[in-house]
Design a protein around this ligand. Structure first.
Ligand code: MG
Length: 254
């Protein structure tokens, strides 16, 4: 019987006898791009596109009519203006790594879905809630359906863990998004998938989406190209939430 080290030795011997060299399986080009390491967690890497640096909403427009975004900017953060609807990035994206920070107000009221509801739509396909939403909500001791709590892919995937901080504290999402791919005929070729890290804890692990996230009914896909990232002005009456430090790194589509 040949096993363990003897088997390895035999395999090496066979490889050598076939004339193969280790260099044959080394890949040198194209070179991996150099990105400076981040000094502080959450700080934008050297190749990031800054979507909000605390100063203004120049990178954002109203999702309703593409006019300048008028959510409130104050003290290095911006706050949802529920009366003015969703906002979205001027730029469109396909696949990317996204970092954003959000805060439920310390004085939040309400319950369930009506307690600090917002959301990040990873590709916006319309002015209202069309697209693919990762939920933002106060899920610190606030019960709701699990596929609608913070860090869920809304009504498709509950988060793997509830890493919510309490109201008043800043929270982070680090998201890797691979947009769906459609053929020339508009048919779905590859579904979207998303990985979400919430406050440093894995919440979505390459979750595959069944289509756009919808409030009522079953999700489905409709063809689209590169799309803006959108933030939700949810209609619930609870106090509006705030955002800061938002950046994105575009990824080369697979
Ligand atoms: Mg929402």
């Amino acid at each position: 019987m040949v096993g363990g080290l003897a088997a390895v030795s035999l395999a090496v011997a066979q490889t050598k006898s076939e004339g193969a060299k280790p260099e044959e399986t080394e890949v040198w080009k194209p070179a991996v791009p150099v990105v400076a390491p981040v000094q502080n967690p959450g700080a934008p890497p050297s190749d990031a596109i800054i979507l909000f640096d605390g100063k203004n909403l120049d990178q954002w427009v109203s999702a309703l009519d593409k006019s300048p975004a008028v959510w409130t900017v104050e003290g290095g953060v911006f706050t949802v203006n529920k009366a003015r609807g969703n906002i979205e990035t001027k730029r469109s994206f396909r696949d990317y790594q996204l970092h954003l920070e959000w805060r439920i107000p310390a004085n939040i009221t309400g319950s369930g879905q009506a307690r600090g509801n917002s959301g990040v739509f990873l590709a916006s396909t319309g002015p209202r809630d069309q697209g693919y939403e990762v939920q933002i909500l106060d899920s610190y001791g606030n019960a709701t359906y699990v596929n609608g709590q913070a860090a869920s892919v809304y009504k498709q995937h509950p988060p793997l863990a509830n890493a919510s901080r309490k109201p008043g504290e800043w929270q982070t999402y680090d998201i890797v998004w691979h947009a769906p791919v459609f053929g020339a005929d508009g048919a779905l070729t590859t579904p979207a998938n998303v990985t979400v890290i919430h406050n440093g804890v894995l919440a979505q692990d390459h979750a595959v989406l069944a289509g756009e996230t919808v409030y009522i009914g079953k999700p489905s896909y409709k063809a689209h190209g590169p799309a803006p990232i959108k933030l939700q002005a949810h209609g619930d009456p609870s106090e509006p939430i705030s955002f800061r430090n938002i950046w994105v790194r575009e990824l080369t589509p697979r």
